[in-house]
Design a protein around this ligand. Sequence first.
Ligand SMILES: [Zn+2]
Length: 158
Amino acid sequence: MVIHVFLGLMWAWFLRELWHELNAKWIITAAIGSVLPDVDHLLYYTTYGKRELYTKVIVKLIKYHMWRLLVRFVEWGHKYNVNLLFHNFYVMAALVALTVISYLGNWRFGVILLGAMVTHFVFDAFEDLLLLGRFNPNWMRWGRGKRRAIKFSFKNFL
Ligand SMILES: [Zn+2]
């Protein structure tokens, strides 16, 4: 999360070099844009991934107020969540295109917000490569496509 915000701010800084202008509104916009894609996780838990085992474990941990375990579980498990709907290369490409269009149309708010969202996805994808050695299947999936059961290996969690 902190890294996402940092990258968003780097984006704002990059634009400052380009536009010779930076203000509080843009910094806040970049920070919001950099974490906005993770609304996907909330949507997953509350809507399209509600019935999956991963969510059920989380719901149980909340129910029994096992907060510390919950934090650890989510920290560890979110990398194994391969069924995210919007974390994919298509959304990423669309955002890049929209950022370019905003830039050409001189819509700076759009450039800042959308570009910051791009930095989020780029980081997530590279984090996969780094931690897992490959891209999770969600990056290649179009829409609801073919989804697979999330494979947990509790032995590296406990
Ligand atoms: Zn993310």
